[in-house]
Structures are given as C-alpha cells and as structure tokens.
Design a protein around this ligand. Sequence first.
Ligand code: SAH
Ligand code: SF4
Length: 346
Amino acid sequence: MRDKRPLIFDLSHKELSNIFEEWGEPSYRVRQLWDGLYRNLWNNAEQFTVFPRPLRKKLGSYFAFESIFAEKESIADNKKTRKILFHTPLGNPIEAVLLQTLDRYTLCISSQSGCGMGCVFCATGQMGFIANLSSGQIIEQVLHFARLLNQDHKTLSNIVVMGMGEPFLNFENVIRALAQLNDPTGFNFGERRFTISTVGVVPVIRKFAALKRQINLAISLHAADDELRSELLPINRKYPLNTLLEACREYVHLTKRRLSFEWVMIKNVNDSVEQAYRLSKLLKGLLCHVNLIPLNPTEGYSGQAPAKQRIKEFKAILEQQNIPCTIRIPRGISIHAGCGQLAGFH
Ligand code: SAH
Ligand code: SF4
C-alpha cells in the first residue's frame, strides 16, 4: 500500500521551513527538526522529545518517516561486507551494500529499482527497469547504514552511487539527495566523499559538468571501440565513444577534477593487449584513473573473469602509457553483493 503522507526525507530544509511556518511554528523548531533527522538520525516522530507533544503528534500524522523497508540482511567477507535488501511500499526491490576496509566504511547505494540500460553482463540490467527512487529513498539508504554504524560509534567514509540503476537517468533526485546529505547544518557529508557512476548518458554528463560540483564522477567504459562497446552496452548506439569522450574532456576542463573510468574485465572479450593500447589512446592526455573490475558472475551472462596474470598485464600496459590504474578486489560475491550482481532477490 502506498502511504499518502509525504516522506519527510523527500523535503528540503526550505520546504520543511515553509510547512512549519504555515503551522505557526518558530524557526528554531525547524532547526531542531533538521538536527533530529540528519544529526541524531531519528526516524520516528516520537523521538522528537524536544517538541511539545501536540507537535510531535502532528509531525507523525502529517509525514511518513520510512518508505523503504529493510527485508533481509546478508553478510560476507568475515562480516566486512553487508548487503541489505529493501522493499518500497509497492514491493519494488532496492539493495545497498556496506564495505568495510580497515577502519573505512564505503556505502554503495542504488538510484533506481532495476535498470533499463540492458548492459549484458549486469544482473540489474538483466532484471530490467522497475522505478526511479525518490531523493528521500536515496537518503534513507544512507541514513539506515549511518544508524547501524552509529551504534558502534563509527561513521561512513564514502558513498558511491554504484548500486542498482543508472543515476544519470534519475539525475534530479540523485543530485537533490546528495545535496541534502551534504548540507553542513545537517548530515554534513563532504561532496568529495561521494562518487556517481554512469554508463555514459552524454547529455547528463554535460549537465553534471556544468554544475561544477565536487562530487566524483566515474564512467563505465568497458570497451575501446564502438563495435564491442555497443555489443556490451546498448547505450553506446545512442552515445558512441567519440561523443562520450568529448563530454568527458569537457567535464575535466570545466571541473578540473580527475575522472574515473571503470572497465569490467571479461576473458577473451575486452582483456586483449590491443584493447589496452586502444584504451590508452582514447584516454591520452585526460586527467583520469582506470579501475579494472574482474567480471562478477551473473545468471544471465556466460562470460568469465580473466586469469589474474592477464589483468596484471592489461594494467601494466596502461601504466606504461602513463594512465594510473587499479584492480578492484571482488567483494561480497557469495551474497550477490558484488558490482553488477544486485538483482533484488538473493
Ligand atoms: N549504472 C551505473 C552504476 C551502477 S553499475 C553504471 O553502469 O556505471 C556499477 C559498476 O558495476 C559499473 O561500472 C558496471 O559496469 C559494473 N558492473 C556491472 N556488471 C558487472 C559484473 N557482472 N561484474 C563486475 N562489474 C559489473
Ligand atoms: Fe544499468 Fe549500470 Fe547495470 Fe548497465 S551496468 S545495466 S547501466 S546498473
């Protein structure tokens, strides 16, 4: 059942101020509300004991405080990887994954339920598009894990929008959510600690570049020629490599920020010496970094990750051409929490 009340996390500080003003509440009450939501991490009107009882009641009957419901938690990698499957009131699945590395916690969140981009090797793509998440639903994933960590006096280090969905096809809500989490008077999460990953929606890359935000950007490249890229990523037929790279150069030019490129390594598909040289040529002179991701298994794709040695050779070619490169270590594979494995049912 859909809750008719507005989700409180969907509303900006300004919008909440307007409502409180209409209710005849003084402005310090809005400050207390914002503090409660984004500093104390409250998610229930009853927790607002700083408010008189009637206001607490009004808050609880006017707003919903939850619109994604944690249904299942899966844990792997010696408890260092935790995945939560949420459902919306309409039953749409959303997944988010917390990755601990030493004392750092990176949270990978979803921007959509499912994805319509159809990348052949991706389980989210294989399930198809279900729905865009609202900005509040994106924020709720973050606050859910922030509360969990808070119990152990820990905090999130980084947030990556690399879960289910294509963030640049839900651009307004993603940017709104990150801006709201960035607010220094609230959750105060620095922009440089966010990363958005896109499959390459060129007009939106340009739009994002023009915003000149400090948020990091990652581009899923995966192939250095149009024929192969179009086979793997159908979006390449709409926005081929030359237009994509042009937008990337514009991004770096406008923001002066280093771009990341992601390259899923698939045995005998895009792991050749020739692809490594082509890639180096494409990226020549661009302020960037390449992440090599060994392919994670998904039900709908039969490809495999190359042997370790092959990945190292690919990396060596890039580095020889002065392109910084790292190999991403697979995480959470046993619980289907790895890159591209989120399908909302495991
Ligand atoms: N839609 C965005 C963000 C989500 S996907 C995008 O495509 O960039 C996050 C990353 O996981 C992308 O780089 C994607 O290409 C990669 N990925 C998808 N399927 C994968 C798989 N089976 N193994 C490893 N990485 C995968
Ligand atoms: Fe969607 Fe990204 Fe998966 Fe492609 S790789 S189907 S864009 S989530």
